[in-house]
Design a protein around this ligand. Structure first.
Ligand code: CDP
Length: 312
């Protein structure tokens, strides 16, 4: 809680209205702070070693290694003949990645005109297989270098890939030749759909490269933010990606991170939860406003740039 004192001159967590007001007044001001960037990269390296650990690789997860699921207690997967060949050989990202953007799925992106700015970055990360059809291009861009895919999406949108895989493979073309990052070893029910997604892409000779999220990395990043006041059962996908980006990129900008129903002004107007729908998350699962405050603190200290308004 201590760190809020510097941003909000009150001895309690700010209300939503205060956050919206603060961002409305100061959101466009930003000054890069190389020291802050360096300090955060070092902190993240020490806790979580993002470059080496963010994905399961043949190097960090050899045959016989026990991967403990980070989303449930007492369950594990032992790397076997079935899973080992599916892992990439070594850490796929190489530093220095220069200008990275992390695109959240917030409704603030709608009518933002930020697409060209997003596409201009060197490395673009997106969350949860978001729609990138033509009607959104102007606002969210089209280029993708890494996209996360939750096993629950595979279950809901593609019937767990138990039947036809064509709709899945076709829809994945929107992400070009990016990495697909799946938390295959977070919850037990997620493992099989993730492995099926791997095989569906491999069988179709897709240009995409599947990466399985390393549960040790997800766990250590969760602990990192817990120590900084984010009390959620699980971090949001967006915060995992921001943590990865802060650990591996020279400069990080975020778009579409705005978990409130009023857009920062002027004028302050209603905004949907996602840029493509208004389906709200389970309230108890993530702590997005707490996460937002962490990101806002990083923005005000010049460690990352959070873009919440329209783009020029
Ligand atoms: O599955 P999850 O709820 O984590 O994510 P999502 O709704 O698909 O959105 C992707 C990410 O964008 C989230 O993980 C949040 O970090 C961010 N987000 C946000 O900050 N504000 C919103 N209104 C919606 C999403």
């Amino acid at each position: 809680v201590l760190c809020w004192f510097y941003v909000f001159p009150v001895y309690r967590l700010p209300s939503y209205e205060e956050i919206v007001d603060e961002v409305s007044r100061k959101g466009h001001v930003w000054q890069k702070n190389d020291t802050g960037i360096h300090v955060y990269r070092k902190l993240l390296k020490e806790c979580c070693d993002p470059l080496r650990m963010f994905a399961v690789t043949k190097e960090n997860s050899p045959m016989g290694k026990v991967l403990w699921y980070d989303g449930e207690l007492y369950h594990s997967h032992t790397v076997s003949n079935e899973t080992f060949p599916l892992f990439v050989q070594e850490p796929p990202l190489r530093r220095p990645l220069k200008r990275c953007v992390v695109v959240g799925n917030g409704g603030v992106l709608r009518h933002s005109g930020c697409g060209p700015e997003i596409d201009n970055a060197d490395f673009v990360m997106r969350c949860n297989l978001p729609p990138l059809s033509k009607k959104y291009t102007e606002d969210v861009g089209i280029r993708t270098h890494l996209v996360t895919a939750n096993p629950s999406i595979i279950e809901k949108r593609f019937q767990g890939l138990q039947w036809s895989r064509r709709a899945f493979v076709d829809s994945m073309r929107a992400y070009g030749s990016s990495y697909v990052y799946m938390p295959a070893f977070s919850m037990r029910p997620g493992t099989e759909p993730s492995l099926r997604a791997y095989h569906a892409l491999a069988d179709a000779s897709s240009n995409l490269t599947m990466l399985f999220a390393n549960p040790d990395f997800l766990r250590s990043v969760g602990a990192f933010w817990k120590g900084r006041g984010v009390h959620a059962r699980r971090l949001s996908t967006g915060l995992f990606l921001v943590s990865l980006a802060l650990g591996v990129c020279e400069e990080v900008t975020t778009y579409g991170f705005w978990p409130f129903d009023t857009a920062p002004g002027p004028p302050q107007s209603p905004v949907s939860h996602h840029y493509y729908d208004n389906i709200l998350p389970y309230k108890w699962f993530h702590a997005m406003p707490e996460e937002f405050l962490q990101l806002w603190r990083l923005h005000t200290s010049g460690t990352l740039r959070m873009h919440v308004g329209a783009c020029p």
